[in-house]
Design a protein around this ligand. Structure first.
Ligand SMILES: Cc1cc2nc3c(=O)[nH]c(=O)nc-3n(C[C@H](O)[C@H](O)[C@H](O)COP(=O)(O)OP(=O)(O)OC[C@H]3O[C@@H](n4cnc5c(N)ncnc54)[C@H](O)[C@@H]3O)c2cc1C
Length: 466
């Protein structure tokens, strides 16, 4: 032990969740150390780093996430916009296609900023690194926990620096944050301590992503900064296109149930052209590709139910993807990490840093809404296995009807976008006024663009009644 751990927090993982945890903990702790096995690439701040392979792909920052980042790092939105990232309304300045319907355009008071994941992380990391009591790096593997002999309290971590001639060391800490992401080692470390691993919930959508950057005419979407179309039960394919910093557009294509986009340039553009709505495919047809497509496979959304464990050591708090890794089509992960960072600030203030039980329940409450959204969306596909409870089936039918009605009812479009943006709770969609609009505005008269498996696309401008 180095004997200097009193008041020290070790954050394992320097992704978005780890950096945001460090930011809020720096207000109350003497020393915060962020340890990551990776180190950011020098030079181009938009280059994804090895430890975060998802950084190649589109990363929508939901409006609630942007609000929180702005609160934690005042002026961040301006900084991103000054670097060329477009800022605009989620619904008024971008296109949303859900359940085969293009949502009515409306100002939703949902401002966001469209930026690449590596650049956003770079800006956040620079701000966190500038805090007087925070140290980030050097590249270090965290190998395990150090606990009291009874295993009830975490007292530090075993580490190995990524440098020639390094030897394993112990770093004392009063609090360890697990921000290791989807590959978190905490379940294994708990088992090594003789404790139970967390029960896991998995929804396996067998999702594949492929992403490529383009130079496009700025007016290619009629001035909009982006477009998203989600898969439907009739068409497992979707895609998103967004302008980002550096005068570039990022195109991410995705497919569920093994219907994955190709990384071959021709196959990639064919996949884009096969989408139900033509705007994305048409936009890139005349563009200049800047790189080759890069793939990512996401077999399943996974939620670790730590809050259900009877034993969990004091002094260890998991956060971010380490607890729950959500189907990325819904773009929620960074915003969920930001919501958890605010909760961590509150937790440390009210319950003391090292108390895990209330923390794990707080995290579970934050996760319930986004998890339900992902489960409901994925289970709408009959081939995806999972518990189709009565709640899932009834809400699924209601949401499908709402999406249909939102194609011509701007108030419903705004109501859903605010829930999707994690600004309003899902229960807001069940308010009597909203429910009445869903029941009368959707239903049998709403015609849907029914995507087919990729033999071509229908033109939604002809199919969707407005
Ligand atoms: C394909 C894809 C697309 C996505 N799109 C979106 C989107 O549009 N919008 C959105 O909000 N979210 C999106 N997400 C989710 C988002 O990336 C994460 O939810 C979010 O960044 C929070 O991640 P995290 O910080 O918890 O983990 P990560 O970003 O995975 O970071 C974990 C860090 O821990 C480090 N690490 C792990 N183990 C160790 C160890 N033992 N020792 C030292 N370091 C270690 C890794 O090097 C890494 O830097 C997407 C995810 C994927 C997979």
């Amino acid at each position: 032990m180095d004997g200097a751990g009193e008041g020290r927090v070790v954050v394992v993982g320097g992704g978005i969740a780890g950096l945001l945890a460090a930011r809020v903990l720096a207000d109350r702790h003497l020393e915060v150390r962020v340890l990551d096995r990776d180190h950011p690439e020098r030079g181009d701040p938009s280059t994804p780093r090895r430890g975060v392979p998802q950084g190649h792909h589109i990363h929508a920052l939901l409006p609630r996430g942007r609000q929180i980042l702005e609160e934690l790092f005042p002026g961040l939105t301006r900084q991103l916009v000054d670097a060329g990232a477009p800022s605009g309304d989620l619904l008024g300045d971008a296109r949303l296609h859900l359940s085969g319907h293009r949502f009515a355009r409306a100002g939703a008071d949902l401002t966001t900023v469209s930026v690449s994941r590596p650049y956003l992380e770079t800006c956040i990391r620079d701000r966190v690194a500038a805090l007087a009591n925070v140290t980030i790096g050097p590249p270090t593997d965290v190998l395990g926990l150090v606990t009291t002999p009874d295993g009830k309290r975490v007292r530090g971590v075993r580490v190995l620096r990524r440098a020639d001639g390094s030897a394993e060391e112990v770093l004392d800490a009063t609090l360890v944050i697990d921000a290791m992401g989807r590959g978190s080692r905490t379940p294994t470390w708990l088992r090594e301590l003789g404790a139970a691993e967390p029960p896991q919930e998995r929804i396996a959508g067998d999702l594949g992503y492929a992403t490529r950057h383009y130079r496009l005419d700025p007016t290619v979407l009629g001035g909009d900064w982006g477009t998203l179309q989600a898969p439907t039960p009739h068409c497992p394919r979707g895609g998103a296109l967004a302008r980002i910093e550096g005068d570039r557009w990022i195109v991410t294509l995705f497919g569920l149930l093994g219907d994955h986009p190709s990384t071959d340039p021709v196959g990639f553009e064919d996949f884009a052209a096969s989408l139900t709505f033509p705007d994305l495919g048409e936009a890139i047809r005349s563009g200049t590709p800047l790189d080759d497509p890069v793939a990512y496979r996401f077999p399943a959304s996974v939620r670790c139910r730590y809050e259900r464990l009877r034993r969990f050591p004091d002094g260890l708090l998991p956060i971010g993807d380490a607890v729950c890794s959500l189907n990325p089509i819904y773009g929620q992960g960074m915003t969920v990490a930001a919501l958890q960072a605010l909760a961590l600030r509150e937790h440390v203030r009210r319950d003391g840093a090292s108390e895990p039980r209330r923390w794990l329940h707080r995290v579970a409450r934050i996760l319930d809404a986004p998890w339900d959204m992902v489960v409901g969306g994925d289970l709408a596909h009959p081939e995806v296995e999972g518990p189709r409870t009565a709640k899932v089936r009834v809400l699924g039918a209601y949401i499908a009807r709402l999406h249909a009605a939102a194609a011509r009812d701007p108030r419903l479009a705004v109501a859903f976008a605010r829930v999707m943006a994690l600004v309003d709770p899902p229960t807001s969609l069940l308010r009597p006024g909203t429910a009445a609009r869903v029941l009368h505005g959707g239903g049998p008269t709403a015609r849907r663009v029914v995507g087919t498996r990729p033999t071509g696309h229908l033109d939604p401008r002809k199919e969707v009644r407005r």
